[in-house]
Design a binder for this molecule. Structure first.
Ligand SMILES: [Zn+2]
Ligand SMILES: [Zn+2]
Ligand SMILES: [Zn+2]
Length: 308
């Protein structure tokens, strides 16, 4: 069971999930717990000989009912590959799985905020290489979600809508532009190759999206991550998070605020150099970057085109 403590100086919760110390750390290829269970072999986490997408409770949870949720989403029963190499149909199906988990976890009284995410690469602490993501159901609204709501106040409306309009007007940092979905490097990106994928219409969550929009979202996400892998011709580590409305209010409440978008935080500055969060970032909360977002956008746009 994890323990929450409120860090007074930072005004934020810290989660102590001490059982996680024992979690599986980069097991040998033949002992992958996210593989299907093969006949005559010890069971994995998934007791089926084959599957498409599997969702189950994390065995080493940061949150657990009645104090939230932690789930694992396995994208495929094939060990090798990544989100980028899933078939378009599978990537599209994943959007529906995300939507379903947001709905189901969000309906629970102990879940106030659902965050879908993927950590990719040992550079961001991945302990299992099998293509998978995670979902946390936080029993509180976490600081980043609160900051985004404060941005709404500052711009006097929906911040993702306003920022998207600004990016489209400027056009320099746009990576992919589709009918329902746009990807761009933000004007004030904190990471060298940070990218945001935003629904063009105001949609509070995946539940509010049309089927066509979900299909396009899967296509744009895949095009972007293929471009990432192409950029330095190596698997590109990143943290990917889906931001949506908190689930404090019911899905039909007019009080619900938020705008579904996906943020990527890649730690690479160059093919070999990682960005570390050090003095200024940790001590002051101020990011110092040596790459201009406009230049990253040019490089990424070209990489996306080459990978297409
Ligand atoms: Zn595997
Ligand atoms: Zn909006
Ligand atoms: Zn966001």
């Amino acid at each position: 069971m994890s323990e929450l403590r409120f860090n007074e100086l930072r005004g934020e919760q810290v989660v102590y999930a001490i059982d996680r110390q024992d979690r599986t750390f980069l097991p040998a290829r033949e002992h992958c717990p996210l593989d299907p269970t093969r006949l005559g072999e010890p069971p994995t986490e998934i007791p089926f000989a084959a599957f498409q997408i599997a969702v189950f409770d994390n065995r080493f949870p940061a949150f657990q009912a009645p104090g939230g949720a932690a789930e694992v989403v396995v994208y495929t029963d094939r060990h090798d590959g990544s989100f980028a190499t899933l078939s378009p149909q599978r990537a599209q199906a994943l959007m529906w799985v995300w939507r379903h988990r947001y709905q189901e976890l969000g309906a629970r009284p102990d879940v106030e905020y659902v965050m879908i995410f993927e950590n990719r690469g040992v550079e961001v602490g991945v302990t299992l290489h099998h293509p998978h993501g995670q979902i946390y159901g936080y029993p509180f609204v976490p600081p980043v979600a609160t900051l985004e709501l404060a941005a709404d106040e500052r711009v006097g409306g929906c911040a993702p809508c306003a920022l998207l309009a600004r990016e489209l007007g400027d056009a320099q940092r746009i990576l992919i532009e589709r009918d329902g979905v746009v990807a761009y490097v933000p004007h004030a990106a904190r990471w060298a190759y940070e990218a945001h994928v935003v629904m063009r219409e105001h949609r509070a969550s995946l539940l509010d999206c049309e089927p066509d929009e979900l299909r396009e979202l899967s296509q744009v996400l895949q095009a972007l991550v293929r471009g990432y892998d192409e950029l330095f011709e190596r698997p590109f580590p990143y943290v990917m998070v889906v931001h949506q409305a908190s689930t404090c209010e019911p899905a039909d409440s007019p009080a619900r605020r938020g705008h579904v978008h996906v943020e990527f935080y890649p730690p690479l500055r160059t093919a070999e150099k990682l960005k570390f969060l050090a003095g200024s970032e940790q001590g002051a909360g101020t990011f110092i970057s040596d790459t201009l977002p406009e230049e990253s956008a040019v490089a990424l746009r070209e990489a996306i085109a080459r990978a297409a």
